[in-house]
Design a protein around this ligand. Sequence first.
Ligand SMILES: Cc1ncc(C[n+]2csc(CCOP(=O)(O)OP(=O)(O)O)c2C)c(N)n1
Length: 587
Amino acid sequence: MNPQSMILPAANPELAPWPPTANLNVEPRAEVLSGAEVIVRSLEQQGVRVIAGIPGGALLPLYEALSRCSRIRHVLARHEQSAGFIAQGMARITGRAAVCLATSGPGVTNILTALADAKLDSVPLVCIAGQVPTHLIGTDAFQEVATVDLAKPITKAAFFASRADELGELIAEAFRIAESGRPGPVLIDVPKDVQLQQCELRPRSAPTQPGAQERPPKCRSLYDEAAELLAKAERPVLYVGGGVVKARAEGVLRRLAEQAGIPVTTTLMALGALRHDHPLNLGMLGMHGSMVTHHVLEECDLLIAVGARFDDRATGKPDRFAPRAKIIHIDIDAREFGKIKQPDLAIHADAWTALVQLAARIRFGAKSRFDGWRNRVSDLRARYPSRAESSAAQPHAVIARVASHLPEDVIVTTDVGQHQMWVAQSFPFVRADRWLTSGGLGTMGFGLPAAMGAALAEPAATIACFTGDGSFLMNIQELATLAELKLNVKILLFDNASLGMVRQQQSLFYGRRLCASEYERPSDFVRIARAFDIDAIDLSTCSESEFGTALRRPGPVLIRIPIGAAEMVMPMVAAGAANIEALNVTQ
Ligand SMILES: Cc1ncc(C[n+]2csc(CCOP(=O)(O)OP(=O)(O)O)c2C)c(N)n1
């Protein structure tokens, strides 16, 4: 792993050190703590400063301990799913596991979506769930659900805490698992009586460091093989996924691409890994990717997949994806090899290490070998300009306008639907680690709470949250939390009075039979936001200077942007089709 990416727990001078510095001559004294106090201490030891959650009976001992003996800031979300997404926002920005809390039963079932979302997008989270007292487990007690059973398939690990004295180890282990190798969410289910149980606690040794384990084997000779494949190739392409962003390997990616002169296409998760205007950047591939990418991949003879998992949205029909290419697949998670496409060479490594090794093997003069290929790519670009470049299509034009008022280091979040794809296609991304979208699970309702989490992690940043009216309604209650916290979140609400992406699919693939995709009575979002005490304006009635001021003034604001219901995201690959068969119609 890139050493720079190992963000160690931030030292908080305000907090008493724990464990106390060991005095080797004196037997360390055991302390008597409750399970809840052990949890709080352990979270502090991991450097946690902010957590999000909602209390309930089964979690009240933990909340009592938080208020009595900790300076950890608790953010009271208005729905547990949002608490999970707030934690995701923090984790996606810092790269460290963030913490969310949910009480037993409905609190847990509400937060599961955010955990599943974190699993598919490899986001490190630690969720602490309250559980009914041990003696009631299995009795269908009030607010009892089988939390660990529910969480297991959608988390990296799910633990049940049966004793207070094991909580310290469990929490350290949860952070280690969440952050090491391929990151992901971990849940700990803690019965109420275990939170109340007293235990003797001896000071532990130093906390484990993130990424300290799960090191993939050294595979030096495989890099030589990769270099040989590249030396024999004539039309190589780098296919870059979220693993590059997780490993903070964007710098070395650029170096490799430039040294060897290889065109780069990124997945939705890796947008910005190469600046949007970099000459080697082909743009996004997949269902709503650029036509030029589809054509380049059709002709490519060596695909170097780095931290990408050949997701169906990226590949389309897998056997028609990059059909002429040999494949080198580099991934931190060996389970990805051959899952969708059989690689000719698999390298089990984190993206940073692998790209450094490959870059070191680029032969002098390699770049000029691919001059012809780059010329061909330029021809294809001219033949298939992206829609964002070629038209003043309303959504793309609005996105460009929004971007022109935002700082270059803006953090961008989205919800799910057409607006998400328009932003993916045309926002001028310069940094991938400031792009937060629900890629794997595609969860409507992600955008606003994730933006709030990002703002909590980086209070000085500007956060632009692009959302659709359908998605926004799924976690609209968080406007209350936003008003309370006054975070610098700009909500760009694309209002087409419909579930646009569903409407689009019905229009294209279901004989234009629109069913349950249009709102009969659209909501008045400006009034709703104002009722929550959030400033709000409507782009159809405000001047350009009001618009710019709203985006630049610190603090939250909602801007309603009317979008024609018939607007479509193009190109679009139909489900089951090959990417090269993408539709590219204009309504
Ligand atoms: C929680 C959830 N439910 C349903 C879907 C299926 N779905 C995908 S896009 C979409 C419509 C989104 O509408 P909106 O947020 O208004 O965005 P638009 O497509 O109009 O830009 C739906 C219902 C989903 N992705 N997530």
